[in-house]
Design a protein around this ligand. Structure first.
Ligand code: SF4
Length: 389
């Protein structure tokens, strides 16, 4: 790992959990399944000689099947689902309880940890929607298990994430056991996956493109842009517009929330109603936005923003701590371009248009924010003490 390269005695190694995954893949009692996060597909290629940003979703699915996973799911599917739940949460507050705004995104576990320690008074503003990783874990061991008649305890769910904080998220609380089991068994980084592909002798560059498994695999452009700063907010605006007006957007691209600017603000006009949004990435920028929200609260004024997206990593998950090393701003831009290319190529670009999401609500969850959705897809936050130093 990076640390070991800098540690003079080589005493610091990153936590490698590939052993647990190899064991599950070789265990006949287990039914190993896997999900991949949006940002993995535009960075994994760097380990195999591709340029940064090369979109390799189909080869990734192939590689995961060759490693022995029985089903290959896509976290982009549950990114669409997060938007359905969080977007509905936003629209409900915006219409009925605007005093409770801003709504703040909660899919970045490093940010959740920071908020619980440093801004506990803002916890009521946090979206209760779980992250896409967590939602997929819960659904694999309930909805998918039921439909395919597999005992949830035999399903071994692995997630491939651009992120080291996602390893902490899966054990955050009992909330991550919505299925009655630990919803996600192991969370690997992109780098750990690369090591597994190489160890298995898979010729990644010559793999054919494969598809993800139904019923947790189909995704829209809105799901894939979760991998970049501004993407969650843009995806939420695409569906929020539909929920507020009953209509579809002509132009789904919100350029004001894109790019590497530290704090991006926009006043979005939704048929005559203004929605004020802010996007922050990197901790210093986050403080700037939250301090404005706190100052307005203290002064008894309405929040300057209705909806805020926060990501701990500069550029968002494309340059997360689990990605191939060496992310410069140039690398961030290339990986980001790959994500926006995936969005443009998508047949559908808004989460509510995803046919598998529509089927999930019809067959299983009923509707966004239903009792079942609350049980499986939402979580709680709590103030946590800072560690002794
Ligand atoms: Fe993980 Fe960084 Fe993405 Fe947060 S922004 S989820 S820490 S990769």
């Amino acid at each position: 790992g990076q640390c070991s390269a800098h540690c003079p005695v080589g005493a610091i190694y990153e936590n490698d959990e590939t052993g647990k995954v190899w064991a599950a893949l070789g265990d006949k009692e287990k039914y190993p399944v896997v999900q991949i996060a949006p940002a993995v597909r535009v960075a994994v290629g760097e380990a195999f000689g591709y340029k940064s940003g090369e979109l390799l979703t189909g080869k990734l699915y192939s590689a995961l099947r060759r490693l022995g996973f029985r089903a290959v799911f896509d976290t982009n599917f549950t990114a669409d689902l997060t938007i359905m739940e969080e977007g509905s949460e936003f629209v409900k507050l915006f219409k009925d309880e605007p005093d409770k705004l801003p709504l703040v995104t909660s899919c970045c576990p490093a940010w959740v940890d920071y908020l619980e320690k440093y801004y506990p008074d803002l916890i009521p503003h946090f979206s209760t929607a779980k992250s896409p990783q967590a939602m997929l874990g819960a659904l694999a061991k309930t909805y998918y298990a039921e439909k395919n008649k597999i005992a949830p305890k035999n399903i071994f769910m692995v997630s491939i994430m651009p992120c080291t904080a996602k390893k902490y998220e899966i054990s955050r609380s009992t909330e991550m056991c919505a299925s009655g089991q630990q919803d996600i068994n192991v969370s690997l980084t992109t780098r750990e996956l690369v090591r597994m592909i190489k160890a298995a002798g898979i010729d990644f560059n010559n793999l054919p493109d494969d598809k993800a498994d139904s019923i947790l695999g189909e995704y829209t452009g809105a799901g894939t842009i979760f991998g970049v700063t501004g993407g969650v907010l843009e995806a939420a605006l695409r569906t929020g517009y539909h929920l507020l007006t009953g209509e579809e957007l002509d132009n789904v691209e919100f350029q004001d929330v894109r790019g590497l600017g530290g704090v991006k603000e926009a006043a979005v006009n939704i048929k005559g109603t203004t929605v004020n949004v802010a996007v922050a990435h990197g901790v210093a920028n986050v403080q700037q936005v939250l301090d404005k929200v706190k100052a307005a609260k203290v002064a008894g004024q309405p929040s300057p923003y209705h909806f805020i997206e926060v990501m701990a990593c500069r550029g968002g998950c494309v340059s997360g701590g689990g990605q191939p090393y060496g992310a410069t701003d140039e690398v961030r831009r290339l990986r980001t371009a790959g994500i926006y290319q995936d969005d443009r190529l998508a047949a559908k670009r808004c989460s509510h248009q995803n046919p598998e999401i529509q089927k999930l609500y019809k067959d299983f969850l009923n509707q966004p924010l239903s009792e079942k959705s609350h049980h499986l897809l939402h979580t709680k936050y709590q103030a946590r003490p800072l560690y002794d130093r």
